[in-house]
Every structure is written in structure tokens, then in C-alpha cells.
Design a protein around this ligand. Structure first.
Ligand SMILES: [Fe+2]
Length: 591
């Protein structure tokens, strides 16, 4: 039974493959197309899933889609999308094109070429299944929270065995995801992506605007809440917030990329706190309704790791599972599981020890790429411990290491397959990585990875955290300026040597050299670009960054080993972001 799950046409289009109920592949289209949050047909992710399992189109038994296009269309029509057209309004004609409930299926069939049955599932049920089915729990309460699916924006459920019953929902336009997105837009960050920045900014501010945020959202009985729509304008499809929201805060919206003032930090802090309080109250309600010690979270709001940490610490549930690709990318997992269970009447529940479900590349393939450059890497392929020692040595000397190992992660986090590693003891590392490598705002924090058996010596964590989806307090005998946020928190990944042997070896070697069993672990990409996928992406990203060392499987390359003519090329490159595509082609001719 081969089932491909698909999320598409909103943001982060993705595919996964279940073979006889086991998850064997998953990837987001952005990693192949190199277009961040790519919302288009996930053609390359689809092809990858088939290739990974050695399948042809004829081998597919079903394609499972993560939402119900007809119900979504009904909501879009209710919301008045599209609005009355303005002459030459390209956005309107795009919207109009989507006013066809069969378009998703037609488009996918035409572009992907499959004949297999096409099954659709409700958006929030897909989110719920994507979490519960991979939680390892036999029963759980389920909470899904996002911007909007078809109509639901939040759903409450009970899961037992293979059954999931979503017994209550909050409906559009009342949405915690849209509340957060609206204030994100007001603060000058991009909706569907900038929310992380607001969360990262919040600890720097004071909660001076709690009253104002509470005017935006009113609490209802049970699981309900309601937005005060006079402050929101997203129903018009033109912008997120209304002029009244600016009046409420007493300031116009922050223009993108302009200076971040204390006011913006205070609004971010207030928003984050109100979100956490609402979620805590709703989780308490869910616990009263569902007699389980286990909670599964999914939906884009479940990527708010600060809220997750509070839910785990202060909420009534003992065990928490957050699906690592909790946003819409991960919806394809749930749809595939639901399709498998519907078609076979057999369970597709399974544990998820890691999310290394994307493409991997052999030493031979990487060697071929490097052979055609003038780069002569150091080859540690037969000496894994020597590689770990060499990497740890560089990290101890406060050098940064781009780390490319095994199959690419599914979901927004780099978890040791496509990571940048750095020294958390270095007080300068945060500024340096933000300024020189990630080219992003100085306030953005970095997360650590830590040997699982030593995590309790440095963090107040009550369970393993393999997916970096929960913040906790740093309680370490070491000063860890590289990974400790301004409020004393961090978002650790616990590394199990049985799951991630190469990364664990580097952590152990780093500990042997420095006494510190943890490292900065941030995603291997430059600002505005998706995380690297292929060895070429890795080499290109490394070349354009100021990272010191690149490790690809057993090969190690220090920056000074880059060909002598590359610096000139790179100088040109770094000064010409807008011409990046042309220059990429230029570099490709070199490699
Ligand atoms: Fe969603």
C-alpha cells in the first residue's frame, strides 16, 4: 500500500510517502525549488518520494490531500474572496482562479501525472492525525491551532487507538494564528514566516500592552474565543490590520526593515504573553474534557516553542508531543495516515525517532562534485572519530562549521543533518552568526543541541526534546552566552547517540576538549533562503557565507581551501544579492 500525502497551494507545499503504513520519505518543495515557503505544486518533493522508495506512478495506491477544497472554497466565498476587482488587479485574478474546488485535484493530477484515487481530509483532522499518529501515545488529547484551514482555526479532540474525534472547533475568522499574524504584520514582519521573529523579540520587551491585546481577542466559554473584528482587515484580503488597530496602540505600523524600538518589543511581549495565557486556559479546558495524561499539538501555532514550554511546564498534561513539521507542511503526514487507515482498516501509528526523511547523498556523489572543483577536501570517510575530533577542535577554536550529514530533515528546524554548528561558550558567536552568516536581526536567538544524557545538567527539561519544539530555563554550571536568550531560556535539541551518531560524536569530542557537551545548532542557510538540500546547495551556501569549515559526510573543507579565484567571485556575489540567480549560474560553471 503506497500512499503519497500532499500539502499544497497555501505555503510550504510538501509531500510524504507511507509504504504499508510506515513513513519512509517526506520533504518540502522549497528545498528543491530554492524558493522559501514555496506554495506551488510539490512536483520535486513528489518525485523524490517515489524515487526514495523505488516506485513508479503506477505503484501508487492513493494520493491523500491535507484539506477539503470544497469546504475551503465555501469559506473563501463567505469571506468575500475575491473582493470587487480593481482594473488590472493581478492578485484578484489569481484569487479568482482558485474559486474552483476541483482545481487542487486537477492541477495535481495534471502536473504530477498520477491516476490513483485522490482522497481529501479536513485540514484540522490532517493536523491532528499528523501529531497523534507519530506521538507514540495510545491515547491523547489533541489540540490543533493555526491561521485557518477550511473553517476551523482551532480544534479540540480526543484520540484513542486509531480513532480521532475532534469534538469542538473555533471557526474563522476567529483565529489565534491570524491574531499572531496580524500583530506580526503590524510589527513590520512578514506574515507566515515573521512570527518566529516576534516570538524571539518578545523577551526583550515589557508587557505594557496586555490591555490592548486583550481588546483584540475576547475569551469565550469552553474552547471558544473571538477576535474583535474592528481591529482586523484580513477579511478584505488586502491587509491584516485595520486603522483602528494602529489607533489602539497609538502608533502606525512599523515599516519593514526599519529600526526596532522598545515599543515594538513591548507589543511583541504582550502578544506572546496573551497567546500563552489563552493556550494555557484552553489546554486546561481540553484536559477537563479528555481523560488522558497525553497532549498532542499541531498547527502553525504549535511551532511557538515558548508557548509549548509553558504548556508542558504549567499545563495539566504530563506528556506533550508536538509534531516537528507542525505547520501546513506536516499536514501531508496526517492526510496520508488517514488514507492508509481508511483504505486498509489497519493502523499507521508509529513513533518518530527522527525526521531525517529527505534526500541523502553518498560519499561518491559528493566526491564527484568536489572532484570537478579545485577543492581538495580532507577525507575522513574511514575515520569517523578523527572527523569528530577535527570538527570539535575547530569549534573549540571558535570557528563555525557547516554540517551536512545524512538525509535532510523534514520541518522547519535543522536537527543535525543540515546544520551550522558553533561554540556556545563564545560570547561573540551570536553577534557573529547573525551578522556575518545568517545576515539577520541581531536579536534572533540560537538554539543548542546537547547530548541527551547530559541535558538535565544544563536545562530544566522534563523529557527528551529531539525536535527543538519547547523552550526551557538554562540551569548550567557553564556560562553559555551563545544559546541563552535574554530571559535565561533556550530551545534545546537533545541528541541521542543511537539516532544521530555523527553529531553525538562531535558533541562528545567537543566535551572532551572544552568540558561543554553542547553546541549552537542553527539551520544551514543564508537569510531568505531555504535550508540547503544537495551537496551543491551546501557548497554554494558555504562559499557565499563567512563560515569557516564545511563538512559533507566524511569530507572536511576549510575556507582557505576554496579555490583561489573564488574570493573575487564571492566579493562580487556578496555585493549583488539581487543578481544572485545569475551569479549562481556563474558559480555552477566553476563547480
Ligand atoms: Fe494549518
Amino acid at each position: 500500500m503506497n500512499i503519497v500525502g500532499i500539502s499544497a497551494f497555501y505555503h510550504d507545499s510538501s509531500c510524504c510517502l507511507l509504504r504499508d503504513g510506515r513513513l519512509v520519505a517526506a520533504a518540502s518543495e522549497e528545498r528543491f525549488s530554492r524558493r522559501k515557503h514555496d506554495p506551488g505544486t510539490p512536483a520535486e518533493a513528489f518525485a523524490f518520494c517515489l524515487r526514495q522508495a523505488g516506485l513508479s506512478l503506477a505503484d501508487l495506491d492513493a494520493v491523500a490531500y491535507y484539506e477539503e477544497p470544497r469546504h475551503k472554497l465555501a469559506r473563501q466565498l463567505w469571506a468575500g474572496v475575491p473582493q470587487a476587482p480593481e482594473e488590472g488587479d493581478a492578485a484578484w485574478s489569481r484569487d479568482l482562479a482558485w474559486l474552483d474546488a476541483d482545481l487542487a485535484e486537477d492541477t495535481l493530477r495534471r502536473r504530477l501525472g498520477f491516476d490513483a484515487p485522490f482522497l481529501t481530509f479536513p485540514h484540522h483532522l490532517s493536523h491532528a492525525a499528523s501529531s497523534y499518529a507519530f506521538s507514540g501515545f495510545d491515547d491523547a488529547a489533541v489540540l490543533t491551532v493555526d491561521g485557518v484551514g477550511e473553517w476551523a482555526t482551532t480544534s479540540y479532540g480526543q484520540a484513542s487507538g486509531d480513532a480521532i474525534d475532534l469534538f469542538e472547533e473555533v471557526r474563522f475568522p476567529h483565529s489565534l494564528g491570524l491574531l499572531y499574524a496580524t500583530v506580526t504584520a503590524y510589527l513590520g514582519f512578514r506574515v507566515n514566516g515573521g512570527e518566529y521573529k516576534v516570538m524571539g523579540l518578545a523577551p526583550y520587551g515589557q508587557p505594557r500592552f496586555i490591555d490592548q491585546i486583550c481588546q483584540l481577542v475576547g475569551m469565550g466559554d469552553d474552547g471558544q474565543f473571538a477576535l474583535n473584528l474592528r481591529y482586523f482587515d484580513f477579511l478584505t484580503g488586502r491587509r491584516m490590520f485595520s486603522p483602528e488597530l494602529c489607533e489602539l496602540f497609538g502608533q502606525p505600523a512599523r515599516p519593514a526593515e526599519s529600526a526596532i524600538e522598545p515599543f515594538h518589543r513591548d507589543v511583541a511581549r504582550s502578544l506572546q504573553l496573551v497567546l500563552e495565557e489563552i493556550l494555557l486556559e484552553k489546554v486546561a479546558y481540553l484536559h477537563r474534557r479528555v481523560g488522558s495524561q497525553n497532549l498532542c499539538l499541531a498547527g502553525g501555532v504549535a511551532l511557538n516553542c515558548v508557548a509549548n514550554g509553558r504548556i508542558h511546564r504549567e499545563g495539566p498534561f504530563r506528556h506533550l508531543f508536538v509534531q516537528p513539521a507542525a505547520g501546513d507542511a506536516g499536514g501531508c503526514l496526517g492526510a496520508a495516515v488517514l488514507a492508509h487507515q481508511k483504505l486498509t482498516h489497519r493502523s499507521a501509528r508509529q513513533s518518530l525517532p527522527h525526521v531525517a526523511l529527505g534526500p541523502s547523498f553518498s560519499l561518491h556523489e559528493i566526491g564527484l562534485l568536489l572532484r570537478d572543483t579545485e577543492i581538495e577536501p580532507e577525507d575522513f570517510s574511514d575515520r569517523p572519530q578523527h572527523l569528530a575530533d577535527a570538527v570539535a577542535e575547530r569549534l573549540a577554536a571558535r570557528r563555525t562549521v557547516a554540517w551536512f550529514q545524512g538525509a535532510m530533515e523534514f520541518g522547519p528546524r535543522a536537527l543535525g543533518q543540515r546544520s551550522i554548528l558553533a561554540n556556545p561558550l563564545d560570547p561573540e558567536i551570536r553577534r557573529r552568526l547573525n551578522r556575518d552568516v545568517k545576515k539577520r536581526e541581531a536579536f534572533r536567538p540560537f538554539a543548542p543541541c546537547v547530548l541527551a544524557d547530559q541535558a538535565h545538567l544544563h536545562f530544566r527539561l522534563s523529557q527528551a526534546s529531539p525536535f527543538m519544539l519547547e523552550t526551557c530555563t538554562v540551569e548550567s554550571p557553564l556560562a553559555l552566552p551563545g544559546i541563552t536568550h535574554v530571559d535565561g531560556s533556550a530551545r534545546p535539541q537533545t541528541v541521542d547517540g543511537a539516532v544521530l551518531p555523527h553529531l553525538a560524536a562531535v558533541l562528545r569530542a567537543f566535551e572532551a576538549q572544552t568540558g561543554c557537551p553542547l553546541l549552537v545548532n542553527t539551520s544551514f542557510n543564508l537569510r531568505g533562503e531555504p535550508i540547503v538540500c544537495t551537496p551543491f546547495d551546501a557548497l554554494s551556501c558555504f562559499a557565499r557565507s563567512s563560515l569557516d569549515t564545511l563538512v559533507m559526510e566524511g569530507f572536511l573543507i576549510d575556507r582557505q581551501q576554496l579555490p583561489s579565484h573564488w574570493p573575487e567571485l564571492l566579493e562580487h556575489w556578496q555585493g549583488a544579492d539581487s543578481r544572485r540567480r545569475d551569479i549562481s549560474r556563474q558559480l555552477y560553471t566553476f563547480v
